[in-house]
Design a protein around this ligand. Structure first.
Ligand code: NAP
Length: 501
């Protein structure tokens, strides 16, 4: 079940939000609505509970548990008891106040524990202690300081689902458990897979009741949480940062289109070794890998496809019967886009700007096609080393205008959103008839491509490469052809939405 918290600061606005979250005439957003009384200065409970389009949780969180209520404890308990009298379906009460709460009527009581510092190791103990209270449902919300903290929560949920934490005198009580913060978002999305009683999504950006809360719309429309169940296969992106990635949009749309029971998640990873080891327990079926982990992930894998081994960089991981195998689909994707534009690359004089992960992948592909490559990079030494590996030329960054070329490829992040006025080379490099390929795809028309087109060059943007590498990834994971047109539509829509107004 998806619960939308109402965080308006007046009764009037709260009533409007309740209607929007669950009222008729709107597309389905909430299964349950939580009214946060602590956000409203003078809550009018009769009015707030008079129209209940969905079951209501009434919460009045004190400041000590991360809420806004700083009045006397008795007044707070009285408010909750009044909500019971008015027939609220659920009352949320903190673990250190539940003993003062006696008048529960027909309402179900959620006993909650919040930890804004960390995710402790003893979640089972906390669950057991909270279960021993008179509550019907246990809620445990912690803070993810590392992505692996989510594993503690999944473990707790699984044990509760399996009835392992049952005592002699009580059955396992249902539990709501997830981690707060950006690193905890995956636990909010995977709540239905591991059996959390419900999960939260905000009514809109800016209306969150806790850090890391995604919007209800995103939970439903991007991550398809209604379709997530025990059997849902896991995929995701390993990177840092991952917040602006297109991966969740295109891969989840593709899974939905093909009716594949799978979800693709953003994994913001700092400690790669701990992540790869820890997440083996979730049996993740495939990863995309992005900045800064494409080269660093190699030693943590069980095997490499020959192309990835040659390039020594991985952007795709496939779980083959528990073994993690690395692939590189950047190379094939970039070369496919280039060949669609230019035809045969044999003997073509190509200047490649950059010497990072993407540059490696493209340079190896160009070498296979027998193009004449010159590498140029801000850090000259990196260009020199890569040129040595490849057996090609390199030039100092300052001398880029002196290179004779037919094709210029930018593999640096220069010009990428939000620094869209930046350009990686001086304008003198352009010659009419030259091909200019910028692998940056946000924005689609970078300043490099705009200046090049104005000077009579042919241009290629990074969109097709992005789509081709993602499609090949999808095919390696699922064995099904990727719905390329749908993926392209999704990326274009997202790029338009991300444009600064
Ligand atoms: P990376 O390994 O971190 O390499 C970054 C490269 O950019 C390095 O050569 C770096 O030079 C250079 N660079 C960064 N800032 C610079 C600046 N201010 N001036 C000059 N050079 C600068 O990253 P990557 O994985 O290769 O990705 C690079 C870009 O390609 C990103 O924008 C990424 O989104 C894009 N990309 C697109 C696709 C696609 O499918 N279209 C696929 C992969 C990557 P130094 O060595 O001097 O630091």
């Amino acid at each position: 079940m998806l619960c939308i918290p109402i965080t308006a600061d007046t009764n009037e606005k709260a009533l409007q939000d309740i209607v929007q979250a669950g009222g008729e005439g709107h597309s389905r957003l909430a299964d349950v609505i939580e009214i946060r009384l602590d956000y409203i200065s003078h809550p009018d409970l009769e009015r707030l509970l008079s129209h209940r389009p969905k079951p209501i949780i009434v919460t009045c969180r004190p400041t000590r548990e991360g809420g806004k209520f700083d009045g006397p404890e008795e007044a707070r308990i009285r408010l909750l008891e009044k909500a019971v009298e008015l027939g609220a379906e659920f009352i949320d009460i903190e673990h250190d106040s539940i003993q003062h709460f006696r008048n529960r009527g027909k309402s179900k009581v959620i006993v909650s524990y919040h930890n804004f510092q960390e995710t402790p190791d003893n979640l089972n103990e906390i669950y057991t202690r909270l279960s021993n209270s008179s509550a019907d449902i246990v809620k445990i919300v912690t803070t993810a300081r590392e992505i692996t903290d989510n594993l503690n929560v999944f473990h707790l949920l699984e044990e509760v689902s399996r009835g392992v934490l049952q005592y002699a005198h009580t059955a396992c009580k249902p539990v709501i458990a997830f981690c707060m913060g950006e690193l905890g978002q995956i636990s909010r999305i995977l709540a239905p897979k591991y059996g959390s009683y419900l999960t939260f999504g905000s009514l809109a950006v800016g209306k969150e009741s806790a850090p890391g809360q995604l919007t209800a719309k995103e939970m439903r429309e991007v991550y398809h949480i209604d379709k997530i169940d025990k059997e849902t296969a896991l995929y995701g992106l390993i990177g840092n940062p991952v917040g602006h990635s297109m991966g969740p949009y295109i891969h989840n749309a593709a899974f939905g289109e093909l009716g594949i029971n799978a979800v693709y998640l953003p994994f913001k990873v700092e400690n790669l070794k701990e992540f790869v080891q820890g997440f083996k327990s979730l049996n993740v079926q495939g990863y995309s890998v992005t900045i800064p982990h494409k080269e660093a992930i190699v030693p943590h894998l069980d095997g490499l496809d020959p192309l990835a081994r040659e390039i020594c960089a991985v952007n795709t991981v496939v779980n083959k019967a528990g073994k993690l195998i690395g692939y590189n689909t950047d190379s094939t994707a970039a070369l496919r886009e280039l060949e669609e534009g230019l035809g045969d690359l044999k003997g073509k004089k190509v200047t490649l700007i950059g010497a990072g992960g993407a540059a490696r992948a493209i340079a190896f592909g160009l070498k296979q096609r027998e193009a004449k490559i010159t590498l140029v990079n801000r850090t000259n030494e990196k260009a020199r080393r890569l040129a040595q590996e490849l057996g090609c030329h390199y030039k100092r960054f300052e001398d880029v205008t002196k290179v004779d070329r037919e094709v210029l490829i930018n593999t640096t992040s220069v010009g990428m959103y939000p620094r869209t006025d930046d350009i990686p080379v001086p304008l003198e490099v352009f010659r009419p008839g030259m091909w200019v390929f910028d692998i940056v795809y946000n924005p689609l028309q970078t300043r490099l491509l705009k200046e090049a087109a104005e000077r009579g060059c042919h241009t290629l943007d990074g969109l097709k490469m992005f789509l081709y590498q993602a499609a090949q990834q999808f095919e390696l994971w699922t064995g099904h052809p990727a719905p390329l047109q749908l993926m392209e539509r999704v990326v274009r829509e997202r790029l338009i939405q991300q444009k600064p107004k």
